[in-house]
Write a protein that binds this ligand. Structure first.
Ligand code: 6LW
Length: 531
């Protein structure tokens, strides 16, 4: 009894001390007297697995791109906060003609050459491409004999180059040929989290640092780090791992979740920064996200001889109150595209490299022209589709379309799509009458709304997003849109449809098993995000 009483008082005193001394070492108060210098995500929408490098006072960043063509978007910045897309690394069909499925990429610059290394998981695995100019042209792929995913390149001071991937097997590589040199040695096992991946090697103060992602790309996602005196190891884990995660109490209330897959850069003013991705949830519990994993930026304190400390407590808030490089705001891009250039803007993608006979801009009419093939969205190959990433929880997007389908199989319109699933706002024919309706596809289940009969002439289509819902409407008088259907956004979320992408919004056409005779002509595409 006496022992029990002593134990109880010991534990309660201890908990009082713990409460008084440090109620929760993970939770840091935000000093709201400091101004917000920038907001996360710095690149909104499905721009996942960011990797960054510096060239003098210029910064370049790439992200993964999966089945979308052109692939591996590349961005430029002078302040690490404001990023402008300057091109794509995979910008010619010949580089990877089909079966694109590009996972995480690393970008590095060495002796006047840019290197982008990544994995095409659906074909030959790991490869790198080089360029003198980040806008391109980029080389054809140089395929390398490296296992698994997420390859990283490291250039040592002694002139040797190394490659390491998610297996943590390190090999020297001759980057003029892609040949691996000498042994492959597994140098680390990670910090014990599931799905160890995404390694990057850095050298600082005589140590080789090996950083990785663990926990999987969902709520347990984390950034861990180890270091060694030799590039070949042994690598000793940071006792404060993970250095960034939202799996713990400090992260659970944050809007951005699943933070991880990081890269670190030393800025030209000697400050250290980390880019990493995370997702903003749009619907309910458990959380669902539609925008994909978005690129974020946080400051890093990396004292000499010490471990990097990420934004104080390893979290990624929406608002950052920390000094930055001098910010250089970018010009605001117009929300409406009237297809006045024959080439589509950098924000647009197709699914897989496409055939210009089915997707082109008609300069004489300033129209985007789509011709349906037998393929539907979700079919293997390149269905007729042009779209952009959804970048905002709340948005409005619309088009003006001319399309007279020759039969019920021919459809065209607007679509929201993620990993082969899609919600469509469709113009087609029913009982020989032109109609507009909404079709929602959930796995094998297809839901079709009521049909609305169209008069002859063009039709405006509109899709709005509120976060939890998508709203589909149309008009033929340029205003007074009629709502056709509302759909629950969670059914297009990554949690529902699987894998790693976010939702795209775009224009499409299909002949549903046959080639279409009629062309769908779009006079504009507008996307306006609010948040
Ligand atoms: C990627 C891996 C990851 O290759 O997700 O979140 C995989 N991290 O490192 C697909 O993006």
């Amino acid at each position: 009894m006496r022992i029990l009483a002593v134990l109880i008082s010991f534990f309660s005193i201890n908990s009082i001390i713990a409460q008084t001394v440090n109620p929760n070492p993970w939770v840091m108060d935000t000093d709201t007297t400091k101004t917000v210098t920038y907001k996360n995500p710095i690149i909104p929408g499905f721009y996942s697995d960011p990797s960054v490098c510096r060239v003098g006072e210029d910064y370049y960043l790439v992200t993964s791109s999966f089945e979308y063509f052109p692939g591996v978007p590349i961005f430029h910045s002078r302040d690490l906060v404001n990023w402008k897309q300057v091109g794509h690394v995979i910008h010619r069909k010949e580089q990877i003609p089909k079966d694109l499925n590009i996972f995480a990429a690393t970008i590095r610059h060495h002796k006047g050459t840019f290197y982008m290394i990544t994995t095409n998981v659906s074909t030959k695995g790991n490869f790198y491409m080089t360029a003198k100019n980040p806008e391109g042209p980029w080389s054809n792929p140089i395929w390398i004999d490296v296992a698994e995913i997420d390859p990283d390149l490291f250039f040592d001071d002694d002139g040797r180059s190394y490659v390491i991937s998610s297996t943590f097997e390190l090999t020297e590589i001759d980057l003029s040929t892609g040949k691996l040199i000498g042994e492959k040695r597994k140098v680390w096992n990670g910090n014990g989290g599931r799905y160890p991946e995404a390694p990057h090697i850095y050298k600082k103060d005589g140590f080789y640092y090996l950083m990785a992602a663990e926990g999987g790309t969902e709520e347990a996602h984390s950034v861990t780090i180890s270091r060694s005196n030799s590039i070949w190891g042994p690598y000793i884990n940071n006792p404060s791992n993970p250095i960034a995660t939202h799996v713990n109490v400090a992260g659970m209330g944050k809007h951005i979740q699943g933070i991880g897959h990081a890269d670190i850069v030393l800025a030209h003013d000697s400050s250290w920064w980390m880019v990493l991705h995370g997702y903003r949830s749009v619907a309910g519990y458990p959380p669902h996200h539609t925008l994909g994993r978005e690129t974020c930026l946080v400051p890093v304190n990396w004292p000499e001889g010490g471990w990097p400390v990420v934004n104080g407590n390893g979290t990624v808030p929406l608002e950052i109150r920390h000094s930055t490089l001098p910010l250089q705001k970018l010009a605001i891009t117009p929300t409406r595209d009237e297809f006045q250039n024959t080439s589509l803007g950098l924000k647009y993608n197709t699914i897989q490299p496409y055939d210009e006979k089915h997707i082109y801009v008609d300069p004489s009419e300033s129209q985007l022209v789509l011709k349906g093939t037998s393929l539907k969205i979700g079919d293997k190959g390149s269905p007729t589709f042009v779209g952009q990433r959804l970048t905002d929880i709340s948005f409005t997007s619309s088009t003006l379309m001319e399309f007279n389908p020759s039969g019920e199989n021919e459809v065209a319109g607007m679509t929201l799509t993620n990993n082969g699933s899609h919600f469509d706002l469709v113009v087609s024919k029913s009982d020989n009458t032109r109609v507009v309706y909404v079709e929602l596809q959930f796995g094998q289940t297809v839901y079709r709304s009521k049909e609305f009969i169209l008069k002859p002439g063009p039709v405006n289509l509109k899709i709005e997003g509120t976060g939890p819902e998508f709203i589909f409407s149309y008009t033929q008088n340029g205003e007074n849109f009629t709502i056709i259907e509302k759909a629950d956004a969670r059914f297009l979320s990554t949690e529902t449809v699987g894998w790693f992408t976010g939702v795209y919004i775009g224009l499409y056409a299909t002949g549903n098993g046959k080639s279409s005779k009629e062309l769908a002509r779009y006079n504009y595409f507008e996307y306006e995000g609010r948040q």
